[in-house]
Write a protein that binds this ligand. Structure first.
Ligand SMILES: [Zn+2]
Length: 285
């Protein structure tokens, strides 16, 4: 029987856990070989004291060193068979000065980065690939770039894998948005009670990004309820970045009760699959 192999191209340490943590663990338990390519080192993450990259004492290399250790722990928890780092510097959010760093992922030459990725893909020959859509799911330059190098890598292959983008159905996105707004409201109220007045968020003249996908377009819905406790642990392994995230605030019990699915959108379809599959290797087993 052919070895089934899955490969995901992720932008930063922690992305493997947030959008594919359940899928990775599930596939590992099924004996599928799993590969993770992490494009950047995550220099623009929070420092140990929570400092953001614009703080004077924020040391990107120190942040990356901590994140490397956290990532190794997550990789172990998720049973990932092979992990490669492409080693680009984190480009930060759109418009940050880090976007212009010649060593940033945003400045990477697409042919060169695409070839490096293609070399890994050609060695592993995964039937199924995963990355983000062309807006990087939420607009982060490194996520957009992960999409671009993956598409470029496809041009260099001598076979056509099935490529999926991660996705969140609109119906689920609406619930998440309500939760974020509620958190925002509680934070504002707590601030007001303490007499803190925050400047309103600057108005943006850009169209808000559409992060959701119409439910009927979702083409893979993976039930991760049997492994989402491990997904929670893998997220928690990235403690320096997400101790404060809404997942961690949920707590493991509520996370396990609610975060039971991961969703994907098929982008290449060499097997001519139709509809919403429940197995990312549909057609290959
Ligand atoms: Zn990321």
């Amino acid at each position: 029987m052919t070895q089934l192999t899955f490969l995901a191209v992720h932008a930063h340490p922690d992305d493997e856990a947030s959008s594919t943590g359940g899928l990775y663990r599930l596939l590992a338990d099924q004996g599928v070989r799993t590969v993770l390519v992490t494009c950047t080192n995550g220099e623009c993450g929070d420092a140990e004291d929570g400092a953001k990259p614009d703080a004077d004492h924020h040391d990107g290399d120190a942040v990356a060193a901590i994140r490397r250790v956290e990532l190794a722990r997550a990789v172990e928890l998720l049973g990932i068979s092979r992990h490669d780092m492409l080693g680009y510097r984190d480009s930060g959010m759109k418009g940050w000065p880090q976007n212009d760093d010649p060593e940033s992922f945003w400045q990477a030459d697409l042919d060169e980065a695409g070839r490096r990725l293609a070399d890994i893909i050609m060695t592993e020959r995964p039937q199924v690939l995963m990355t983000y859509n062309e807006i990087g799911f939420y607009g982060h330059p490194d996520h957009i770039q992960a999409n671009r190098i993956t598409l470029r890598a496809l041009d260099f292959l001598d076979y056509e894998p099935t490529l999926y983008y991660n996705a969140v159905p609109n119906s689920v996105m609406a619930g998440m948005r309500a939760r974020w707004e509620e958190e925002d409201r509680l934070r504002r109220e707590a601030d007001e009670a303490k007499g803190i007045v925050r400047a309103p968020e600057p108005e943006s003249d850009e169209e808000p990004l559409d992060m959701g996908t119409p439910d009927e377009l979702i083409s893979a819905t993976i039930d991760i309820s049997s492994v989402n406790g491990v997904k929670f642990e893998a997220l928690a392994a990235h403690a320096s970045q997400i101790a404060d995230s809404f997942w961690m605030k949920m707590g493991k019990e509520q996370f396990m009760a609610t975060m039971t699915r991961e969703w994907f959108l098929r982008q290449t379809n060499p097997l001519g699959l139709e509809g919403n599959v429940e197995d990312i290797f549909a057609g290959y087993r």
